[in-house]
Ligand binder design. Structure first.
Ligand code: B3K
Ligand code: ZN
Length: 873
């Protein structure tokens, strides 16, 4: 496969002003008539003789230019390109193609999912529908006419407004849609099916009434309320916080079962993975409610950050994704608990994005090359990209940031632009120089800040030295220092905030500062400090960096109970737990530090603490995070040490956990407030810990909760606790009952698969293989594949990393199998194997061997090829 480079970017040779599409949909295939109004791009440096259009898996039926059918010697059908020879300066080109949506298992372009037609065009799926300049800087107005059998496909949807509909012969009908906004073809969408409509309205800030529609399969009629509610709140929030009003008269969401990603922001017609839109308290957990709220918001926010202002090329993907993730994070924080949201985001960064940044697929937020763009929808583009925008927000402050975003939207409305354009708007609006800051977009790798301090009691000076270094990553060495906002505070002996005087007589010194690091080495002096303070570093995770500071356990315990920054209280608890777990791995048979037990006891018993924060603080660092922090990783050793700490805590705190369980019994009705969510989380954590140590009383409580729970969070919490316990008979009975009860609901069955695939007890390789044979498992449905294979290989680390390599061979086999039907999913699944260099023997060699078997497969897709080759080199 060919590598594409950012440096090769050229403006398009031809522009398309208007696209007229006509789809004839049949069971045995679809005929697509496409008429393009094309003209030469005046900005293209030379005169291009021929027009080149992209295509993929298309059967070409006819080509005509200005209404005249072209003879075969006037064009070349090269399969992935249609070249129309010697074209005039301006013309109309009509292309007719035949495609087979019913056989499309890649789920890119036009395909069928549970009987309905739907599309996914980002990044390069439109070329699977018709020949077109499939690049985001070609923006056109689309008119789309859809024709299909009326009884099977009563609902026919595309972008924009429906302007005409009518009957056709043979029981067929048509609807024509027109989208007044020019857009790149990756935002095109079409849906045809027998769908139920849930409708509501939204009145915009300027008083326009928007018709909001959610289309689902009829059986899902009762699961749309939360998505509708989330949509309305997102629309209001974007008006209030960013001044962005919705621009069409209709906004539609369609839920489809087979979908590679979470959702897609097609103009006016968002298409969602069912699991990211459908929810009811009986069937969805708190986590899915929150996920749905965030994704509905994310896709809605794209209407401005992505659609009105789009990307010039796919190297700029983070322009829309990083910014939109930043926006949806702000929304989620405002809708729930900001601390919890920040903890979740920082956890994802530190466990998964840092790992990506240190692995073979590492790339900058703005990559400079790729083979397959689908492989670059990564945590780096999305989450690190959002952190980069967040740092701009921190450096500018909220008001100048808003001025910057207003300028960005105004200056670039209707354009396809670059991350650099985004930064320039921020600079122009604020007057700040972000030239060094731009390195965040260009350099891959996670900066390491080495922080050391000393206290000069006599002079009353506390000195902090900070050194930054950025590790070498795949293809990038000798990096320059980056511009890092570093938030900190100092705590005095009673936990009080110490004023941060950077000069001797500074009056009204702040209690928290954001230091701006720009050099490889800085030192700061804080004056007028009476006693040795405890530093609170990188508050709220003010930059996506690692901090190396020689913490003592006393300091961490102190921060855990005194830091005014809730995030750092949580972080201190994590560091302490990491330290305790690691010391068990180093020293043979060391005992668990009783101070950790005491700290957890306080958390469990002090009702004055923010319970949402407590619920997070009680969760021990995950195995994935512990692995990320280590080199030459022995997974089983990490698993055993972590399990020992968990055992010890659960035994020592048994009564406190039971009390916590009962105290958080919850009231009857299901609420989604941070308090209610925290209560359920605490209750289920307590249950899980107690079942972990085989507590009989807790087993009975779990069975009761499983039977009577009025919501899925508690029911699944009980099931998960049982499944992870040694109560075999109870576990099997609960799994059986659960399936019987929910087998008709795909979203619930996915959770049922996940619980088993993630289990320490039943999630063994044999059990996983059995799940693949289960009648509810479906290789063509990405959610099912993810809920079994993805969860096993990506989350059940102790079971996946078998010293004999059986877990790895299993994964390699499944990747090869999926590579033929759905390469995008296959390329994502292979990722746990790509980190082989990080692991100790025998894991390391066995992982590498498994990767080599994937590499040896015949006809490997470009997607998997790129990941496997980069990992083995
Ligand atoms: N923009 C889509 C991602 C589509 C990826 C296709 N391979 C979802 C989102 O980020 O909103
Ligand atoms: Zn997005």
């Amino acid at each position: 496969p060919r590598t594409i480079y950012l440096s090769e970017y050229r403006v398009p040779a031809f522009l398309v002003d208007h696209v007229d599409l006509r789809f004839e949909l049949f069971e045995q295939g679809a005929r697509v008539h496409s008429t393009l109004d094309v003209r030469r791009n005046p900005d293209y440096p030379e005169r291009a003789e021929h027009l080149e259009l992209d295509g993929d898996s298309l059967r070409l039926e006819a080509v005509s230019l200005n209404g005249v059918t072209l003879e075969a010697d006037h064009y070349q059908d090269q399969g992935d390109k249609l070249v129309v020879l010697s074209v005039p300066d301006q013309f109309q080109l009509t292309v007719v193609t035949w495609i087979e949506p019913q056989n499309n298992t890649r789920l890119e372009g036009l395909y069928k999912s549970s009987g309905m037609f739907c599309t996914q065009c980002e990044a390069e799926g439109f070329r699977c529908i018709t020949f077109f300049p499939d690049r985001p800087d070609v923006m056109a107005r689309f008119r789309t006419r859809i024709e299909a059998d009326k009884s099977s496909y009563p609902v026919l949807l595309s972008n924009g407004n429906d302007i005409e509909r009518g009957e056709l012969a043979d029981g067929r009908h048509f609807v024509t849609w027109e989208d007044p906004f020019p857009k790149p073809c990756y935002l095109f969408a079409l849906v045809a099916g027998d769908l139920l409509l849930k409708q509501d309205t939204f009145t915009t800030c300027s008083g326009r009434e928007i018709d909001l529609r959610i289309y689902v399969e009829p059986r899902n009629a009762t699961k749309c309320e939360h998505a509708m509610d989330s949509l309305q709140r997102s629309m209001r929030w974007d008006e209030t916080v960013y001044g962005r009003e919705y621009d069409l008269d209709i906004f539609m969401i369609v839920a489809v079962d087979d979908f590679n990603m979470g959702a897609m922001e097609n103009k006016g017609l968002n298409i969602f993975n069912s699991s990211c839109v459908l929810a009811s308290p009986e069937t969805a957990t708190d986590a899915s409610f929150q996920r749905i709220e965030a994704i509905v918001a994310h896709e809605y926010f794209h209407n401005w950050s992505g659609n009105r202002v789009t990307c010039r090329d796919w190297f700029q993907l983070s322009l829309k994704e990083g910014f939109t993730v930043f926006r949806d994070a702000g929304f989620s924080a405002d809708m729930g608990s900001p601390i919890v949201k920040r903890i979740e985001d920082a956890t994802l960064m530190r466990t998964a994005q840092f790992a990506e940044d240190a692995g073979p697929m590492s790339h900058p937020v703005r990559p400079s090359s790729y083979m397959e763009i689908s492989n670059f929808y990564t945590l780096t583009i999305y989450e690190k990209g959002a952190e980069v925008v967040r740092m701009i927000h921190t450096l500018l402050g909220p008001d100048l940031f808003r001025k910057g975003s207003d300028l960005y939207f105004e200056r670039h409305d209707g354009q396809a632009v670059t991350t650099d354009d985004f930064v320039r708007a921020m600079e122009d609006a604020s007057g700040r120089d972000l030239s060094q800051f731009r390195l965040w977009y260009e350099q891959a790798g996670t900066p390491v800040l080495t922080v050391r301090d000393e206290f000069d009691a006599e002079a009353g000076i506390y000195r902090l030295s900070i050194e930054q270094s950025i590790p070498d990553t795949a293809g990038q060495t000798d990096k320059k220092p980056q511009h890092i906002p570093f938030a900190l505070g100092l705590l005095g002996p009673d936990g009080e905030a110490v004023p941060l005087r950077l000069s001797e007589n500074e009056a009204d010194a702040p209690l928290e500062r954001v230091l701006e690091l720009t050099e490889a080495r800085h030192s700061f002096e804080f004056h007028g400090v009476q006693t040795q303070p405890v530093p609170s570093l990188l508050r709220e995770f003010s930059a996506p960096v690692r901090v190396d500071y020689p913490w003592t356990r006393e300091q961490l315990l102190f921060l855990m109970s005194h830091d005014s920054d809730g995030f750092n209280r949580w972080d201190a608890g994590q560091q302490l737990a990491v330290d305790v777990i690691r010391s068990l791995m180093d020293g043979e048979n060391g005992a668990v530090d009783e101070r950790l037990v005491d700290a957890y006891r306080v958390l469990l018993n002090d009702p004055a603490l923010d319970q949402a924060l407590v619920a997070k603080m009680l969760l021990l660092p995950s195995e994935a995070y512990l692995i990320e922090l280590s080199n030459d990783v022995d997974v089983q050793a990490i698993h055993e040490a972590r399990t020992r700490v968990l055992d010890h805590l659960a035994n020592a705190l048994r009564d406190d956990l039971l009390a916590c369980f009962h105290r958080n019994a919850g009231s009857g009705d299901y609420q989604l407030t941070p308090e209610a969510i925290a209560g359920r989380s605490l209750r289920n954590t307590a249950l899980a810990w107690l079942l972990h140590i085989g507590d009989q009383e807790a087993c009975t409580l779990a069975q009761q909760q499983f039977d009577v729970a009025g919501n899925m969070t508690d029911r699944l919490g009980a099931l998960r606790a049982l499944v992870n316990s040694r109560f075999v008979a109870e576990r099997e009975a609960a799994l059986e009952t659960f399936y019987q009860c929910w087998e008709a609901d795909p979203q619930v069955v996915e959770q049922w698969f996940s619980v088993q695939a993630g289990s320490q007890q039943s999630g063994t390789l044999e059990a996983i293989k059995a799940l693949l044979q289960h009648p509810a498992f479906d290789w063509k449905n990405p959610n099912k594949v993810r809920s079994v294979i993805g969860v096993f290989a990506g989350q059940n680390l102790a079971q996946f990393h078998q010293p004999d390599g059986s877990g790895y061979r299993f994964l390699a086999d499944q990747v090869c199998r999926l590579d033929d039907s759905n390469p995008q999913i296959a390329a994502r699944l292979v990722s746990p194997l790509t980190r082989w260099k990080k692991f100790a023997q025998p894991y390391c060699s066995a992982m590498k061997e498994a990767l080599e078997t994937v590499r040896a497969k015949d006809g490997l897709s470009k997607d998997v090829y790129e990941v496997v080759h980069k990992s083995l080199r």
